[in-house]
Structure formats: C-alpha cells, structure tokens
Write a protein that binds this ligand. Structure first.
Ligand code: ADP
Length: 225
C-alpha cells in the first residue's frame, strides 16, 4: 500500500495513519516529524533544516526530496508506506513519481466547522503524545493521561480562529497536489464527518476492494481508535 495521505487539520489523518501502522506495520512517514527529529538530534541535516523551520519557511525541495528518497529505500517500506506532509509542491509530487509508483492519494476531509469543533476540544499528553477529545473521547480522570497520569495540555494553535486559518492555509497549499492526483485518476475522496471509529473500517474496505491494500495484518486485533 503505497499511499499519500492528504487532509486538513482536524480530518483525522493522525488517527487513520496510526491505525494502519499498528494493524499492518506499514510505516507512517511524516516529513514534519522527520525534520523535527533531525533538529532535535542536532545532525548536520538538522542544522540546515532548523534555519527554515525557525523562519516558518518550507524546506527547499532538493532537501525534502532527498530525505524522502532515503527513507523510502529503507527495508520497512518494501510492504508500502503512508506519506504525510509530502508531497507539498508539484516538484515534490513529480519527484515522488520518479522514485516509486503511488497506488492512491487519500484525501481525508471534514467541513471546516467540524474541524473547529474537534480540534478545539483536543487535549494531548505532553509525555506520551496520546490524544484525547474532551467531548468525544475524554480521559477517564479529569485532565490527566489514562496511561501515565501526566496533566493534559491543549496545543496553542488549537483555538477556533487559529484552526480556521490553518484550515484555509492547508487548502491554499495542497489544492494543486489534490488536483495533481485527481488528474492522474488515483485520488480517493473520503469524508470523515462520521468519525474515525466508523470511517476507518469503511476506508479499509475501500482500499482492499480497490486492490490497494493487499497485505495481511501483522496485528489483526487492532481497533480503529
Ligand atoms: P505544518 O502543519 O506546520 O506544516 P508539518 O509537521 O507538516 O506541520 O511540517 C512542519 C514544517 O516542516 C513545515 O512548516 C515546513 O517548514 C517543513 N516541511 C514539512 N514537510 C515539508 C515538505 N514536504 N516540503 C517542505 N517543507 C516541509
């Protein structure tokens, strides 16, 4: 399953990717995560990247493309991968097509106000990264993590006016990419307003029926949470 995952903030990309990663052992490759890890490790690449991240600029295509090329050549990507945050420019999309064959681009979306409702109720554990929703998936005890008892926090950019802005910026950036895959005939549009619990099994079925998801689960009992 070699797929690109597209979708605005609040659509559920993280939840979907983590499900397929746990159940099928398909690597979830987020360029944002790779860059933050390189910066944290203080590698030479990290130092170069930091200049762009600190200024809020996109990392230049040549650098991003090389990072992805290297990552996709690792053995765990033989069974497939879920790309997240890449491609972000048409040049990256074309470079990706030269590296490998993409089976599908999944555009996971929700209307803006659904995203606002979900993200403004989101809290995360700063220690383990577990995500809760105060309305739909609350922690068992008030505002502490079920797993390690750490007090939960809100992301500073999960405020309604900021969420609306992030949503608009997402489509300004990714509209050409969505069009690119639509023109290639491999775009799958999936509305996740129903929520991940119901949406994940539906998308999984679509991917199996289309012959995109062909591998057997490595952990068959993973629930769509
Ligand atoms: P954001 O929602 O802030 O864009 P990401 O985690 O996707 O979050 O990325 C963090 C930063 O890493 C981006 O702001 C950008 O500077 C850089 N980045 C991530 N992916 C790419 C990419 N495909 N091309 C260029 N820069 C990227």
């Amino acid at each position: 399953m070699r797929v690109v995952l597209l979708g605005p903030p609040g659509a559920g990309k993280g939840t979907y990717a983590s499900y397929f990663k746990k159940k099928y052992c398909i690597p979830h490759i987020s360029t944002g995560d790779i860059f933050r890890a390189e910066v944290a490790k203080g590698t030479e690449l990290g130092r170069k990247i930091k200049e762009y991240l600190d200024k809020g600029l996109l990392v230049p295509d040549e650098i991003v493309i090389e990072v992805v090329r290297k990552r996709l050549s690792e053995p765990d990507c033989k069974i497939g991968f879920i790309l997240d945050g890449f491609p972000r420019t048409l040049e990256q999309a074309r470079a990706l097509d030269e590296m490998t064959t993409i089976d599908a681009a999944i555009h996971l979306y929700v209307p803006m106000e659904v995203a606002v409702d979900r993200l403004s109720n989101r809290v995360v554990c700063p220690k383990c990264g577990r995500v809760y929703n105060l309305k739909y998936m609350p922690p068992k005890n008030d505002m502490v993590c079920d797993d390690d008892g750490t007090p939960l926090v809100r992301r500073s950019d999960d405020r309604p006016e900021v969420i609306r802005k992030r949503y608009e910026v997402y489509y300004q950036t990714f509209k050409p990419i969505i069009e690119y895959y639509k023109n290639k005939g491999i775009l799958i549009e999936f509305d996740n307003t129903i929520g991940s619990d119901k949406g994940i099994p539906m998308l999984e079925k679509i991917l199996i029926e289309k012959g995109i998801l062909k591998i057997k689960p490595c952990n068959p009992n993973v629930e769509p949470k």
